[in-house]
Structure formats: structure tokens, C-alpha cells
Design a protein around this ligand. Structure first.
Ligand code: SF4
Length: 374
């Protein structure tokens, strides 16, 4: 049965390139004991292999005008001001197409901070026969009606058909609502389809002066201290990246021991899910929604080697328990918090601990800035 580390299962961990063998998994204070033996035993299990891609997005840049409190990728103005180059865009999209996916969306960061470079990516996608379903924008670039119409009209001619326009209280902490409304109006005038995400928040944002930004504290004052819990029911938010910090005070109710006890399975389902995949400007394929983990684009479509991908192999077969054990043995990981939201919260902490403690055993913890920037 693939994907389950159980009593007596034998797999191996390789850290710092030294093929260090993990012989026993035992967590203090509970009865979990998992035996690890030789690396070859991975070959008895189904190998992690992304054979097909279903639906996903291309991250053209991580730098952004905002540091939204729900951002899965920890985007912010502090990231390097780097946009995907044409060669990488071409290569990434060719691989996506070869694995059966004929359409992508484009996101960031904020892609419209470099409109000329975005236009180049749109043209590359068109040349390759990959359709771009929509481009995401936070509208921060809006200055006035005429310049916005001119920009969107030009991009429309270069292949921009639909803009996903972000509307949320998280965005409103950084971007006045008048800019969002201006982009929507300009897009309609330029013939670009508008995909407002999400209209449900229009009434909330409309309670405030649209010429200013507004903090979440202001939202709590009007809508109540449980506003973030209300938001969770109205908005798709994946609890990863910066959302962990935002929601942990509300949802973090499990101790390290509870997480370990309850997470006996593997992460193969999450890591193998290609229904909402992302690839980025650095040539990373981000498995599932597990931001901060990376598979090289060139390694898609073939079994991942445990030597090159010890962390992902461990997570794929043994889940959070395997990762914790690897980190304990290699860099002396100890839990940093009293309470966690779920296994992914702990997983992100373990990976951050590895990076902060000079883990150099593989290239899976990328992009590096995910772990550094707040
Ligand atoms: S525990 Fe880690 S690898 Fe598993 S689903 Fe969560 S973030 Fe992904």
C-alpha cells in the first residue's frame, strides 16, 4: 500500500547529500515508532511522479505592492523585483502542454507591475497554443481612467482576454477600493472580460471611504471581532503561507503531539493533486498547494529520485511524521509553538527551521525568499 509509513515499514531519509539513514521514528510522549531502513525500500512503494497536469497557473513574479495577510506565497514588496524571462516562460509552458494541460492562468505577485513583460508572456503562450484563462490583478497600478483604458486596450490586443480583479478586505489594507472600481470600469471599456473575485465583498468594502486603505481592525469595528471567521466561510483561503500567521490565533488549537498522533497518513494525495498547480519564474513546480516546496520543471513526468528529493519523498510516503523525524535527526528540530492549526502549519514550521539551520541536502525548499520574507 503506497503512501503509508506504518510500524515496520522501511524507507530511508537522505539529508545534506549524505544519504543519512533514519533507523527509528519515535516521538517523545507518545507511542509512535516507525522503523526506517535502507533506501532501496522506497522502490517497493509507488513512486512520486507527476505524470499529468490538469489545471494551474504561472507565477510570473513574486514581488507585489501588498503583503496581504492571506497570501499563500508570502508575496510582498520585499521580494526581488524579478519577472519571468521569455526563455523560462517558453520552457515552462511547453512542459505544461506536453503533460496535457492546454490552459493556464497568470498570477503573482502582481503581474501588471511589468505590463510589457506580461505581454511577452501572453504572446509566448499564444504561440505555443496554451490559452490564458485570466490574469490576476490587485489593481494597485491604477492611476486614472484614461491610462488604465490605454494599458488594458494594448494588453487586450496582445492576448489579455480576462482579468481576475481581487476584491477582499485583505487587499483593501493596501489598495483603496477606488482603484479596483477604476480597473473594472477600464477593463469593460477596453473589451477585457472582468472576473471579480469576489463580488460578495463589495458591500463590505463599500462601507468605507473608497479613496483610502482600511485595516482589518476597522473591519472588526464594523463587522465584529469574529470577522475573519466570517471571511473564511465566504472566501476560498488555503491555510498556507501568511494565512497561517493570520489564522493561527483563531484556529490553532492542536499541540505538536496531537498533530503527530492524528497525522498517521502520507501526503501523497495533496502532493499529487494537479487540479490547481502552480509553476513559477524560477522553474519551480509547486506540488499541490504546498507553497515553499519545489520540484524542478525538468523533473516532471518521471519518478522523483529519493536522493534528489528526500523531503518530498518522505512527505509523499510518510507525511508530516517523516519530515519531523528527518528534521530532528539532521538539524535538531524542536517544535517552536504551543499550538498549530494542522499538519501543514507544522510542516511549514519544520521547513522554515531547516532553511534557518542551513539545510543544504536538496533544492526542494524553494523559492528561498518564501522562508525569509515576512
Ligand atoms: S503537511 Fe506539508 S506536504 Fe503535507 S499537505 Fe501539508 S504542506 Fe503539503
Amino acid at each position: 500500500m503506497p503512501g503509508h509509513c506504518r510500524q515496520g515499514t522501511t524507507v530511508s531519509g537522505s539529508l545534506r547529500g549524505s544519504a543519512a539513514k533514519i533507523n527509528h521514528l519515535a516521538f517523545p510522549g507518545n507511542q509512535i515508532h516507525l522503523s526506517f531502513g535502507t533506501r532501496k525500500n522506497f522502490s517497493n512503494m509507488a513512486q512520486f511522479n507527476i505524470k499529468k497536469l490538469r489545471s494551474g497557473g504561472l507565477i510570473t513574479n513574486y514581488f507585489c505592492t501588498s503583503s496581504c495577510k492571506h497570501c499563500l506565497y508570502n508575496c510582498s514588496p520585499q521580494w526581488e523585483k524579478r519577472f519571468i524571462d521569455p526563455g523560462t516562460a517558453d520552457k515552462n509552458l511547453q512542459i505544461v502542454r506536453s503533460l496535457g494541460c492546454r490552459s493556464v492562468h497568470i498570477g503573482g505577485g502582481e503581474p501588471l507591475l511589468r505590463p510589457d513583460k506580461l505581454a511577452t508572456v501572453l504572446e509566448i503562450a499564444d504561440d505555443l497554443g496554451v490559452s490564458v484563462e485570466y490574469v490576476e490583478t490587485n489593481s494597485s497600478w491604477f492611476k486614472d481612467r484614461n491610462s488604465a483604458i490605454a494599458l488594458l486596450s494594448r494588453l487586450h490586443k496582445q492576448g489579455l482576454n480576462t482579468l481576475l480583479v481581487s476584491i477582499s478586505p485583505f487587499h483593501n489594507e493596501f489598495i483603496p477600493f477606488f482603484k479596483v472600481k477604476g480597473v473594472i470600469a477600464a477593463g469593460q471599456r477596453a473589451g477585457v472580460g472582468i472576473f471579480p473575485w469576489v463580488t460578495d465583498f463589495v458591500s463590505d468594502l463599500s462601507r468605507f471611504d473608497s479613496g483610502q486603505t482600511h485595516s482589518l481592525e476597522e473591519y472588526y469595528d464594523i463587522f465584529g471581532r469574529d470577522y475573519l471567521l466570517q471571511v473564511l466561510k465566504r472566501y476560498w483561503i488555503h491555510l498556507g503561507g501568511r494565512a497561517l500567521e493570520t489564522f493561527r490565533p483563531l484556529l490553532g488549537q492542536k499541540t505538536f503531539q496531537q498533530i503527530i498522533r492524528e497525522s498517521s497518513g502520507s501526503c501523497c494525495d495533496e502532493l499529487s493533486n494537479t487540479s490547481h498547480f502552480h509553476i513559477d519564474l524560477f522553474g519551480n513546480y509547486i506540488p499541490g498547494l504546498c507553497s515553499g516546496l519545489s520540484i524542478s520543471m525538468e523533473d516532471l513526468g518521471k519518478p522523483l529520485s529519493p536522493e534528489t528529493y528526500p523531503i518530498l519523498t518522505s512527505l509523499y510516503h510518510c507525511g508530516i511524521r517523516g519530515l519531523v523525524k528527518m528534521a530532528e535527526d539532521s538539524v535538531g528540530f524542536r517544535p517552536q509553538k504551543n499550538l498549530y492549526i494542522n499538519k501543514c502549519d507544522l510542516c511549514t514550521e519544520v521547513r522554515t527551521f531547516l532553511v534557518q539551520n542551513d539545510y543544504q541536502g536538496s533544492e526542494e525548499l524553494n523559492p528561498a525568499e518564501f522562508y525569509i520574507k515576512s
